[in-house]
Design a protein around this ligand. Structure first.
Ligand SMILES: O=c1ccn([C@@H]2O[C@H](COP(=O)(O)OP(=O)(O)O[C@H]3O[C@H](CO)[C@@H](O)[C@H](O)[C@H]3O)[C@@H](O)[C@H]2O)c(=O)[nH]1
Ligand SMILES: [Mn+2]
Length: 548
């Protein structure tokens, strides 16, 4: 009985019939409009060019509308059951590597990164099976300092989180939400930990402001010696520092519990070598982690996205470990939620349509896109494995026992994997790992995974699993949308155009779903035409719409 119960459930959205009826009426409206446009073309000299332009814009809209219907026709919602996971697997769960990317200590302050890191270390998951890696593309001693502080504060923070089962486990988010309430612990304990956190944040912020780390602190960890006067963010040797070695018996928190592994990495940067931005960082992390923990599951988040739900790892595993479907699932994607949106969200940054409708729609067709953050991958699949029916993942994979080699030896090995030249003449960035050469490297990587035969799953729980920092001003919004729409358009125009690249490998409707984003940018041309030309025609007295 217990066996037959799935680890997750797939629900259809309510109101499907009503939506379809609505879509049919819209389709009828569109056809009537096109009919009107096509049969009443004015004579030359009476606004014919403008009229034909309107026809072209409306044809474009009609086609784009059809494309969007692919995902709107049958969206689904998934619901994982962690109680069933617990009943079936107990704590015999796979190990998980968590990758966090940061790029600049000034636009992404180390104190923000530290809170994200702490929230991830505090997952409700066996700590000996959890390893958190930070990639610092800024190659900054200030970020390293923040990580070192985090490794010390974790000894207080993790027991506190677990003892009182608090949420969210990002200390910054937690203390900003709970204003001194203490139903759980004594006010004294609460203030103690809050003061400790505030003092740490202040030390980190002061260091960032002055740009210097006090000498007495530098003496406390060998890692600080990696930096000298010559090092810049664009020119430095590879740096890998294992701040907490989870396999070390002495790496315990204040309650004596094992701590998760914590690693800082700044891959080598040289001016003459292209670094491929975040994709390059992700690939370096895949290699570096392979000699430290080598977990079969890899999760990745941006450094501004803290964990808001300490069961998110277990939720994701419900999909991978499901007996019926798990072996087909390449990755599990969570939505991108922001915690800093203004009240009325005037620039639409809540991504409501994408998060609530389109991703669930893609899920019913073969899987959501990989959007670069809040995503769980299987290491082997991210590294290029093709789907085969008999594929059995070894969930016990990973480096469990303390290796014979010392921490220094492991670090040296890891550094060689983070060198600039390591990828030369290899398939990294192409067939292996995250793909290079695209502004939305994640989308193209996810597409390649789908085309290798894997599905993906979208998990959008009521309580968001991750919270990030979204754009709040018009300028930031435009910048982000430009990056996304340009990136997706470049996929459309490249050999990765989903209709060509995905032909015969994914469903036609799934391909159409990808094109919603691929055609996002050119949509603006029809819109521009539609807002400018009718107004000009009105001034000139040329009718473009029926008289009422
Ligand atoms: O050279 C770089 C540049 C960026 N990053 C990191 O990449 C992440 C995303 O960069 P950001 O500038 O914040 O871009 P966003 O537009 O906010 O990113 C969204 O869009 C990207 C492209 O689709 C995805 O990769 C991201 O996960 C998604 O959050 C951040 O953590 C950065 O620190 C690096 O590690 N190295
Ligand atoms: Mn961002």
């Amino acid at each position: 009985m217990e066996r037959s119960r799935r680890l997750f459930e797939t629900e259809t959205h309510g109101g499907r019939a009503a939506y379809r009826l609505h879509a049919v009426t819209v389709a009828a409206g569109i056809l009537l409009l096109l009919y009107y446009r096509a049969t009443r073309v004015p004579a030359a000299g009476e606004g014919r060019a403008a009229w034909l332009g309107m026809l072209a814009a409306e044809l474009w809209y009609a086609a784009y509308w059809v494309v969007t219907q692919s995902v709107r026709w049958s969206p689904v919602r998934r619901r994982p059951f962690i109680d069933r996971l617990a009943a079936r697997h107990g704590e015999r769960l796979p190990s998980v590597d968590i990758f966090v990317c940061t790029a600049d200590p000034y636009s992404e302050p180390p104190s923000l990164v530290v809170s994200t890191i702490l929230s991830l270390m505090a997952y409700n998951y066996p700590p000996e099976k959890l390893s958190v890696y930070l990639s610092d593309d800024g190659g900054s001693i200030l970020t390293f300092y923040g990580m070192w502080e985090a490794s010390l504060f974790a000894k207080h923070w993790l027991p506190f989180c677990k003892r009182y089962n608090i949420e969210p486990r990002s200390p910054a988010a937690y203390f900003s939400q709970s204003d001194g309430h203490q139903e759980l612990c004594t006010p004294k304990e609460w203030s103690l930990i809050k003061d400790m956190f505030d003092e740490m944040t202040e030390r980190i912020d002061t260091a960032v402001m002055s740009g210097k780390i006090p000498e007495e602190i530098k003496a406390k960890h060998k890692g600080f010696h990696e930096w000298n006067q010559e090092i810049t963010s664009k020119n430095h040797q590879p740096i890998v520092q294992i701040l907490i070695d989870g396999k070390d018996q002495n790496a315990v928190d204040n309650d004596g519990n094992v701590l998760p592994t914590l690693v800082y990495m700044a891959r080598e940067k040289r001016p003459q070598h292209h670094h491929n931005f975040k994709a390059g960082a992700m690939n370096a992390l895949i290699r570096v982690s392979s000699v430290i923990s080598n977990s079969p599951i890899i999760m990745n988040v941006d450094c501004d996205m803290y964990s808001n739900n300490n069961d998110a790892v277990r939720d994701a595993l419900c999909f991978f470990l499901d007996e019926e479907m798990g072996h087909k699932i390449g990755f599990v994607q969570y939505p991108q939620n922001y915690n800093n949106l203004s009240k009325n969200d005037i620039y639409g940054n809540s991504l409501h349509v994408i998060n609530e409708v389109e991703m669930g729609g893609m899920d019913s067709l073969g899987g959501p896109l990989y959007i670069g953050t809040g995503c769980f991958h299987r290491r082997e699949i991210l590294c290029g494995r093709k789907f085969t029916k008999d594929y059995q993942e070894d969930w016990n994979a990973g480096i469990k026992d303390k290796l014979q080699e010392s921490i220094d030896e492991t670090e040296e090995k890891a550094k060689s994997l983070a060198a600039c030249t390591y990828e030369h003449g290899t398939q990294w960035g192409d067939e292996i790992g995250v793909k290079y050469g695209c502004a939305v490297e994640d989308v193209i990587t996810g597409l390649a995974i789908h085309c290798r035969g894997w599905e993906s799953v979208y998990n959008n729980p009521k309580k968001p699993a991750f919270m990030g920092v979204g754009p709040t001003t018009l300028a930031q919004t435009i910048l982000q949308h430009k990056r996304w729409s340009e990136g997706n358009l470049s996929i459309f125009l490249s050999k990765y155009n989903v209709f060509l690249f995905g032909h015969g490998k994914t469903k036609l409707r799934h391909q159409m779903g990808y094109h919603i984003y691929g055609l996002w940018a050119p949509n603006s041309l029809a819109t521009l035409y539609y807002v400018i030309i009718p107004s000009l025609a009105l001034l000139k007295g040329t009718p473009l719409f029926p008289e009422v």
